[in-house]
Each structure stands twice: as C-alpha cells, then as structure tokens.
Design a binder for this molecule. Structure first.
Ligand code: SF4
Length: 184
C-alpha cells in the first residue's frame, strides 16, 4: 500500500466521523473544538484535566481553547475546580450531564459495528495504529498522551496500580485513562 492510499483511508474515516457527529441531535449545538475538548476531558486522568493540558492535546492556541472551555461551562457541561494543593491550578470536571452525553454518543454505532465485524483483526489494527502513532509522536517530538497502563512509570504496589512519577496510588479505572505525563 502507498503512503497516499493509507492517508486517503484516514482522511475518509475522519470525514465520516465528522459527518456522524454533525448528525447527532444531542451534539448539535456543540462546536467541533468544544466537542474535541469534551471528548479529551472524558478520557483523561486527574493529572491531565487542566486548561493547559487541553491546549497541548488539541494543539491549539490558549485563546481558542479558553473560549471553547467557557462555552462548555456556559452549557453546563463542565465546572472548574481549584486544585487542593496548588491554588493557582484549576481542574476541569465534566458534569453528570456531559458524562451522560459522551456515554450515549460514543463510540458511534457504525464504528462499533465495523470493529465487531472485523473480530480479532480489530485488535491487530489497534496494535498497528498505536505503533504508528507512537512512531509519529517520536518523530514530531510531541507528548504521547498515552494510556496510563502503557506508561513506563506505571507500577503495581500492594496489589493496586501506582504512579511511579507522582508517587501516588491510582484507582483501578485510572489505568485506562489518558495522561499528559505518560512516557513510553
Ligand atoms: S503512571 Fe504514567 S500515565 Fe499513569 S499517572 Fe503516572 S505518569 Fe501518568
């Protein structure tokens, strides 16, 4: 397969995804950037739910992200909470309404159907795409924002997950979340 053919496939898939999002009545009044921020915040851990992390993840300007976060706040989809240790830091928490919205809308039904039809090949595809993403992130020297369970700092302590970078215990669901501090 040529590079261009592979690129065409990614482009077509992302185009179908965008069309699908636009057609969802529940997501109708959420702009694409707001939706991307919402999806990131629904998947990231407690070290990564800050305005700066959203800005880094989306690769947009601080001003653009700040406007999108304000709009999500005005819609009742997120609230800001001050960090208990560092008063200058703010965490962005999705409201129950936002979590319900994300859980209802994702993953798109057509996507689940397609991966279901692929069976075990879908797992192979996930592995290959992860490999490709890691390679691109290394080349471009950008943060990985990977899953906690694949991080080099991830440990098991007293039978539970533990972060070797922050020296803090993690909850069981944390291992499946995206982290800004993730390193391969
Ligand atoms: S183990 Fe890695 S990915 Fe998990 S919380 Fe710690 S730094 Fe983040």
């Amino acid at each position: 397969m040529s590079d261009l053919a592979l690129f065409d496939l990614f482009e077509r898939l992302s185009s179908l995804m965008r069309i699908w999002f636009r057609q969802q009545p529940l997501l109708a009044d959420i702009q694409p950037i707001q939706l991307s921020a919402l999806l990131y915040l629904a998947r990231c851990n407690r070290y990564s739910n800050t305005p700066l992390a959203v800005t880094e993840y989306l690769g947009l300007t601080k001003g653009t992200v700040s406007q999108s976060l304000k709009a999500l706040e005005a819609k009742g989809l997120l609230v800001k909470q001050q960090d208990l240790q560092d008063k200058r830091r703010v965490h962005l928490q999705l409201t129950d309404q936002a979590r319900e919205l994300v859980a209802t809308a994702l993953p798109p039904a057509f996507f689940s159907q397609a991966t279901g039809q692929m069976g075990a090949a879908a797992n192979q595809l996930e592995t290959l795409l992860r490999e490709m993403l890691t390679g691109i992130q290394r080349q471009q020297d950008v943060a990985s924002f990977g899953l906690c369970k694949t991080c080099r700092f991830h440990r098991e302590v007293d039978g539970g997950p533990f972060c070797g970078l922050t020296d803090e215990p993690l909850g069981a669901p944390d291992v499946e979340l995206i982290c800004r501090e993730h390193q391969v």
